[in-house]
Design a protein around this ligand. Structure first.
Ligand code: F6P
Length: 326
């Protein structure tokens, strides 16, 4: 028998579509297993303030399909300090919380890892970020939806690009990772994709554009990951414009619209699967781990491993794009 009787669930860091589906799964799995469950508002900030709300099954009705997070999210500065984490621990003791499920990205898991080390509180993480940049899981919740949002936007930009014979530089999110850029670039037939994992050589880009866009195509799309080392879509566009005033160039930064919207079927199912897996892991006396998906199966990876290792971009995807964008 597990000693866990009452758990808390929170969402932290950048919100991602599917977080609500994960909250619903955690709450209902906890209730199914006769546990009490509370929602913690605004991530670690709410943990520090004791901003807790008892969750019943009906509290998570009708949220599966909604973007954002009903628990709200934050990036808590205070939780980075020992004093902040001490306050959070005191609030957990006062509310008789035995364990936590945290839904978020690497920042969320870094906080969780220190917290478990300092106070021996079992914490299980669910990967929720549109960046898909976590080691130990093929997909993070929200990535698939964001990908589809980007694709929809780029398809629309392509319409106007080809109507005016223009070259567009489109910047997508992903922080310092290029997963969103790479997949959206392939899915939209981008002429070039610039990601932080690969060095951008402006000379190569110029040659490439001259061959394709100016050669036989009537529009051009370059997807630029926001973390690309050459400085973002505006900077790269300016460089190309300086050298090629003959190109009619426009820039579009997609921004936070990538984080919103109703989650895709894939994200809903992944979130539901991982929500169940997270509570099961706690009942199995696991602590300080992330539940993820690898080859379609649930994986368990220590916070240590997921934080210390870098997820690698598949070379095969880069090759596919090189071949298809000639
Ligand atoms: O981590 C998710 C993400 O959307 C990144 O892609 C982006 O760099 C960052 O969050 C933006 O953060 P904020 O919403 O705090 O501006």
């Amino acid at each position: 028998m597990s000693r866990i009787k009452k758990i808390g669930v929170l969402t932290s860091g950048g919100d991602a579509p599917g977080m609500n589906a994960a909250i619903r799964a955690v709450v209902r799995t906890a209730i199914f297993n006769n546990l009490e469950v509370v929602g913690v508002k605004q991530g670690y900030q709410g943990l520090i303030k004791g901003d807790f709300e008892t969750m019943k099954s009906y509290d998570v009705s009708n949220i599966l399909q909604k973007g954002g997070t009903i628990l709200c999210s934050a990036r808590s500065e205070e939780f980075r300090s020992v004093e902040g984490r001490k306050k959070a621990h005191e609030q957990m003791l006062a509310a008789k919380l035995d364990a936590l499920v945290v839904i978020g990205g690497d920042g969320t898991f870094s906080g969780a890892r220190i917290f478990t080390q300092e106070f021996d509180i079992p914490v299980v993480g669910i990967p929720g970020t549109i960046d898909n940049d976590l080691y130990g899981t093929d997909y993070t919740i929200g990535f698939d939806t964001a990908l589809n949002t980007v694709i929809e936007a780029v398809d629309k930009i392509r319409d106007t690009a080809s109507a005016h014979n223009r070259l567009f530089f489109i910047e997508v999110m992903g922080r310092d990772a290029g997963f969103l850029a790479l997949r959206s670039g392939i899915a939209t037939g981008a002429e070039a994709i610039l990601i932080p994992e690969r060095q951008t050589h402006l000379k190569d880009l110029e040659k490439y554009l001259a061959k394709g866009y100016k050669g036989h195509k009537n529009s051009g799309i370059v997807i630029v990951a926001e973390g690309d080392k050459s400085g973002g879509a505006y900077t790269i566009a300016r460089e190309i414009e300086k050298k090629h005033p003959e190109y009619d160039i426009r820039v579009s930064v997609l921004g936070h619209m990538q984080r919103g919207g109703s989650p895709s079927a894939f994200d809903r199912v992944t979130a539901s699967t991982l929500g169940v897996a997270a509570v099961d892991a706690l009942l199995d006396d696991q602590k300080s781990i992330m539940v993820g998906m690898v080859n379609g199966e649930v994986s368990h990876v220590s916070f240590n491993k997921t934080i210390k290792n870098k997820k690698v971009v598949k070379d095969s995807l880069l090759t596919i794009n090189d071949i298809l964008s000639i």
